[in-house]
Structures are given as C-alpha cells and as structure tokens.
Write a protein that binds this ligand. Sequence first.
Ligand code: ATP
Length: 233
Amino acid sequence: MHAVELKGVMKRFSNGTELTTVFTEADLTVTKGEIVVVQGGCKTGKTTLLNLIAAMTPANKGSVLVFGTNLLSLRHRPDWRLANIAFITDDMSLNPCLSPLQNLLTGFQEGEKGYEEASLRAADVLSSLGISNRDRGECLEELSRKETFLTSIARVFMSRNPLVLADEPEKVLADEEAHSAMSSLIRFARKNSITVIIASNDRRLSCQADRTLVLKNGNVLSYQNKDPLKQAE
Ligand SMILES: Nc1ncnc2c1ncn2[C@@H]1O[C@H](COP(=O)(O)OP(=O)(O)OP(=O)(O)O)[C@@H](O)[C@H]1O
C-alpha cells in the first residue's frame, strides 16, 4: 500500500465565467516514508495538490488514495484528517509567553493520565529538531524566530500522524534559517519513517528530498534525487 496515489486526476476550478484547469490527467505515487518536494511556477497547482491529498478539495475526474483509502469514500473528513494528516503552515500560532515545552504540553495537566508520556515525547521531539535543553524551558519571546518555527514543527510531530503536508512554511524565515529548520524537519521525518510532502521552490531543500515533483502544464513530473542523505549532511 502506498502513502499517496493519484490516478488520472483532473482538477478544475470555475469562478462562474472562467474555467481554470490545474491538472489534466495527473498520476502520482508516493511511497510510505518518502520525502517529496513539490516545485512549480506561480499558480501551477502546488497548494491544490496538497489540498487534493488532504481531502480539502475533490478531484473532478480520477482517484486520490491515501494509505489505501479512496478519498471519495470518506465519511467524516475531519476525523480522517486528525488521524492521518498533519499540516505545517507558516501560521505558527504558539503562545509567546510559554516555553517550547509548555507550548507542546498545552492541553495536558501535570499529574493526569498521559502527561508523563507526552512530556517525554515533547522533550524528545524538541531535542531531535535541535532545540537545546536550556532553550526548551525559555519563554518563546526570548528565543529566535527559527526556534519558534521549530517549536511549531515539533507540535505537529507530537501528533504522530503518518503523513505531513507542508505548504511553503519556510517563507516566514530568512534563507539560511529556513534551510536549516527545514533540514531538521526532513531529518526527523526520515528517522521516524514519516511521509512528507513539501511545496517549496527552495532548490537546496529539494536536493535533500528523495524526489522532486515539478508541476507543469497540468502534469506532475517526477525526478528521483540521487543522493539525498549525502545532501542533508
Ligand atoms: N478555490 C479555488 N477557486 C478558484 N480557483 C482556484 C481555487 N484554488 C486554486 N485556484 C486556482 O488554481 C490555480 C492553482 O492555484 P494554486 O494555489 O494551487 O497554485 P500554487 O502553485 O500553489 O500557487 P502559488 O504560486 O501562489 O504558490 C490558480 O490559477 C488558482 O487561482
């Protein structure tokens, strides 16, 4: 079973007078644990592709399967998303007065069931993403934008969802910071066999992915990267 499978997908939008065809007959297979970067010029359908995979918008023709489930057969989309998909966006919406650790533990009460496990998981995820022991306890206001961004990624990884979708989340950071933060994300996902699909035109990032998808003229072109692990070093 693949993580994602698109077969003959056509996607169109109509605004009443104009018809925009984003995909004509797109095919795509993403294997479990694969890291994929989606590139393409302006309005080529990067966001639409992620939305099709997240069952946020239906295909006009063809099928979209995620972990073997045909999205057309979904009964309750929010429940399915909650169990399967995590989104990384540039909206960090964290509490700046709390530390990275506290932000990750929001909703858990010390002493209550699940707190201990969540607390160990939070510390592990933050440390894997490169947030130091000391910084984990500092108020976010005192930390850099990159550390805040990494905390928002850590919060996403707390969910243990098997598929992570990211829509150009690094845009909020300066180039070098963005590159380093996204590299941490990729390393974490690789180590934990999480499937990640990132829309991003950062070429250095695509070198670290297993595969780059290029959206062009309504099609999805796929390019295997030769040595992504080496590029990530
Ligand atoms: N809900 C919608 N209703 C109408 N048209 C839409 C809708 N969503 C996307 N489109 C159109 O589909 C095309 C692809 O948009 P999309 O946002 O997927 O591309 P993108 O590559 O992510 O864009 P960007 O370059 O802004 O990152 C655009 O022409 C857009 O206007």
